[in-house]
Design a protein around this ligand. Structure first.
Ligand SMILES: Cc1cc2nc3c(=O)[nH]c(=O)nc-3n(C[C@H](O)[C@H](O)[C@H](O)COP(=O)(O)OP(=O)(O)OC[C@H]3O[C@@H](n4cnc5c(N)ncnc54)[C@H](O)[C@@H]3O)c2cc1C
Length: 489
């Protein structure tokens, strides 16, 4: 007899991925706990933008309306030369809304986390100020050791503890102990940073746009400014020499001030210079712009999602949306395995098989997202002459070119496959899963009267009619031949 405890997931990290996992597991009725070393929704980071594929997931969680109410959606995307002249003005975000039906809001990351936390039915499953320090993985379960000496026991550890992930390092240690040489030095170096990023936000003043995204290009540097209802978010990317994990530097306040001093008189919109935003900043920080995809997304009873395993540059704003996607894919697989298993508890072998499926799916899609984001980073910062030319050529392409590329990625996004998507936000582009559902429905469901008549026509009436026509044709020919013979006789 197996033990009667339900299958339990220990989620390490209460950021974007951790809170998304809490929502998804609540929906699937999967027992879980979220361990967060700091407070939930800390005053750190800048913004998060929600694209249609993330919005559909938030709709399933029931948090989309609160997110949309926070701000106005972005409308225009403008590109500026270093002297502040506009050289491109695109309706990118309007196109995306038209294609998928969802507006694209950008709000403060802390506010986003608050909304996600507040909407949870069972907040007692989220434990702030609970730091994980070790993981003991075994055949029939996993133990997570806490900084205060406590232990959490479960069946699976989900590491969504961000780009500096401790869970990832512990998983590597466990893997290389069990299977020497499994995680190579080269795999560990998959994470690197070519850029550093000065982030901040200021109050949106009356004279500032509340719905435009402006990118000002410089050689080896770029400014992104996103106007919102309450706040204007800004980002300055600086090209540096490449550094790999674990040598990624930690930047100080003095480093941030030094970088800001380099940019004071740089135009960042048609009417403003950077110094104006810097002086009114509510919060600022200098961070690395890491990117990288790790080959191993799981080992034993430990699986990774979000920035811990697929980190992309933030120029397009796909990282948080991708973390939510990975959570959805994992939840769908877990939900199925738990429901199919007689005791509701997939064993280690079943777990390995579903985690392999998770890894296979995520590797392909996250590679596309990381490359797409990286292209945006390089093009915005005129990394070399080629990217400068590219940025100047793009405005001559049809206005919807970039939107179509992004839409092709978004429409293939996953959603929770066991809960409906409430509301009816439809665009002109169908989601891939909708197209598949329609196809499957046609195969499985009973045909309508129209479909039945059509298929009867196709499979019975048409051949019978053709046969009749052929036979009549033969009779006519034979008849006329017979009369010819009679006449000649
Ligand atoms: C400037 C900037 C702008 C961005 N804009 C966007 C955007 O517009 N749209 C978008 O989709 N994405 C955006 N991103 C990316 C997005 O913020 C990340 O991809 C996303 O937060 C990743 O979620 P995560 O859960 O993997 O990690 P995080 O959200 O970083 O959460 C990790 C959590 O784990 C906790 N933790 C770490 N170690 C431990 C431990 N040992 N024990 C317990 N807890 C631990 C941390 O305290 C943290 O709360 C942006 C990123 C940056 C830097």
């Amino acid at each position: 007899m197996g033990d009667q405890k339900p299958f339990r997931v220990i989620i390490v990290g209460g950021g974007v991925g951790g809170l998304a996992a809490a929502h998804a597991f609540e929906k699937a009725n999967i027992d879980h706990v979220v361990l967060e070393k700091g407070e939930i929704a800390p005053a750190r980071g800048a913004s998060i933008g929600i694209y249609p594929h993330g919005a559909r997931i938030l709709q399933q969680f029931g948090t989309l309306k609160a997110v949309d109410d926070e701000t106005y959606p972005i409308e225009k995307a403008k590109d500026l030369l270093p002297d502040g002249t506009v050289f491109a003005n695109s309706d990118l975000f309007k196109f995306l809304r038209q294609y998928h039906g969802y507006p694209i809001p950008v709000l403060e990351r802390r506010r986003f986390l608050e909304i996600m936390y507040e909407a949870l039915s069972d907040k007692s499953a989220v434990k702030p100020h609970t730091e994980v320090v070790d993981i003991i993985d075994s055949e029939d379960g996993v133990k997570v050791v806490l900084a205060d000496g406590g232990i959490e026991e479960g069946d699976l550890v989900l590491g969504v503890d961000g780009v500096h992930s401790l869970v990832r390092s512990l998983m590597w240690r466990n893997a290389n102990t069990a299977v020497p040489g499994m995680i190579t030095a080269n795999e560990k170096k998959s994470l690197y940073a070519d850029y550093s990023l000065l982030i901040g936000f200021s109050e949106t003043k009356a004279e500032m746009s509340q719905s435009d995204l402006t990118c000002t290009h410089y050689p080896g540097k770029s400014f992104l400014v996103i106007g919102g209802k309450k706040h204007t978010f800004w980002f300055v990317f600086f090209k540096n020499e490449r550094v790999h994990w674990p040598a990624l530097p930690r930047w100080t306040k003095a480093d941030a001030e030094r970088r800001a001093a380099e940019c004071m008189d740089c135009p960042i919109s048609e009417t403003q210079v950077f110094g104006e935003l810097w002086k009114t900043a509510i919060r600022t920080e200098l961070v690395n712009v890491e990117e990288g995809l790790f080959k191993h997304m799981f080992f034993g009873r430990v699986v990774l999602a979000g920035d811990a395993v697929h980190k992309m540059t933030p120029n397009i704003g796909l990282g948080g949306n991708s973390a939510m996607e990975s959570i959805v894919v994992l939840t769908n697989l877990l939900n199925k395995a738990i429901k199919e298993h007689p005791q509701g508890k997939p064993d280690r072998a079943a777990l390995q098989s579903l985690l392999t499926e998770y890894q296979k799916e995520r590797q392909v899609r996250m590679r596309q997202f990381i490359d797409f984001s990286s292209l945006a980073t390089k093009t915005q910062a005129w990394e070399n002459l080629w990217y400068k030319i590219l940025s100047r050529v793009i405005p001559f392409l049809p206005d919807d070119t970039f939107a179509k590329q992004a839409s092709a990625l978004f429409k293939a996004a996953p959603k929770l496959d066991f809960v409906p998507v409430p509301g009816n936000l439809k665009g002109t582009v169908k989601w891939d899963d909708e197209v598949l559902e329609i196809k499957n429905r046609k195969v499985i469901s009973a045909p309508s009267l129209g479909e039945w008549t059509q298929s009867m026509l196709r499979w019975t009436v048409k051949p019978i009619l053709s046969l009749c026509v052929m036979l009549s044709f033969l009779f006519v020919v034979r008849g006329s031949k017979a009369s010819e013979v009679t006449e000649s006789a």
